[in-house]
Ligand binder design. Structure first.
Ligand code: SF4
Length: 316
């Protein structure tokens, strides 16, 4: 058996930054630290922080008065910030800058009285946050059928935005349907589907056809990880999403000569290496690293965290 290790894979710049934010707040403030929603959609990351004293909350009302709350990489709506302000909470904003960019685009289009078609999954934290920026201007579409039903008051003033972690295939189909129905629709100035989503999907697109099986390390609620599975299955190679090595089913490996191993943007690398180790031990697999695209993105820590660190140093 041969393992092809997809490059790039795993943690993106936004996830690295969000995890570092929580680590630093834990160091500064000590447990408990409150995080609004899962910091990133990965069970192992969330479990590790829970063991360290992080409390994940679904409402900022669960944070004690004057406490510190970290916003997840997926971003929050202005209503959540207002609620935190009203309660005097210290807020550390670990929203990925590429999600903030979509928020800013929504605000700008709404000010110009555009209807904004937001392509994304209505129940995803990121889409809920973006919707909150301009709830009366935004219409969410999840599929081509939604485009058919869409009604826009002024088709001279319509723009589309997308969730950052969509399938390139699905988004392409939905955008084509939008352009056909609303020929004047404006595209975001720069692609909203982020570099990490694009690079991981492109790697699967290129490498999956050489393989009999694709394994994606990631959690079931990770949008970008699920899209990697779909990308492979849609091109005819069976693929499974696994949280870790304990989720492997050995029946999957019958007659398999080549396995592509990749990981979603929120999946830690040690979980990938555990699977490599297991396949090497059990099947005598050889490992070949396949580089598809360069990736060197890095995001600075947010101003809200740096301010908190300065205050802490000042108080010492
Ligand atoms: S997947 Fe993309 S948008 Fe999401 S945190 Fe990573 S870089 Fe940011």
């Amino acid at each position: 058996m041969k393992i092809l290790l997809a490059n790039p894979r795993g943690f993106c710049a936004g996830v690295n930054m969000a995890i570092e934010c929580v680590d630093r707040v834990l160091e500064l403030k000590g447990a408990p630290v409150y995080v609004y929603h899962e910091i990133v959609h990965n069970r192992h990351v969330v479990d590790r922080f829970t063991r360290q004293g992080v409390v994940f909350v679904n409402s900022v009302d669960e944070v004690p008065n004057g406490g510190t709350v970290v916003y997840s990489a997926h971003g929050v709506s202005p209503e959540v910030r207002q609620r935190s302000n009203a309660r005097g909470l210290i807020q550390v904003d670990a929203t990925c800058p590429l999600v903030t960019k979509v928020h800013n685009e929504a605000i700008r289009y709404a000010r110009q009285k555009f209807t904004i078609v937001l392509i994304g999954h209505a129940d995803h934290d990121e889409v809920v946050g973006t919707l909150g920026e301009a709830p009366t201007a935004i219409k969410i579409v999840e599929c081509v059928e939604d485009v058919e039903k869409l009604e826009i008051p002024d088709d001279h003033r319509v723009a589309y935005l997308t969730q950052t972690t969509l399938s390139l295939d699905d988004a392409g189909r939905i955008i084509a349907a939008l352009k056909q129905k609303f020929p004047r629709i404006q595209a975001p100035p720069k692609e909203d589907i982020c570099y990490a989503t694009t690079n991981r999907q492109t790697a699967v697109q290129k490498l999956a056809p050489e393989c009999d099986l694709v394994l994606v390390v990631g959690s079931q609620n990770s949008s970008n990880s699920k899209r990697l599975v779909e990308m492979s299955v849609n091109r005819g190679t069976p693929a499974y999403l696994v949280d870790d090595a304990s989720h492997l089913d050995y029946n999957w490996f019958d007659d398999v000569k080549t396995v592509l191993l990749t990981a979603g943007a929120s999946a830690p690398e040690d979980l990938v290496q555990e699977i490599v180790k297991l396949l090497v031990e059990r099947y005598g697999a050889t490992v070949e690293s396949r580089h598809v695209t360069d990736e060197d993105m890095h995001f600075e820590l947010p101003v809200s965290l740096r301010r908190l660190e300065k205050q802490h140093i000042g108080a010492l």
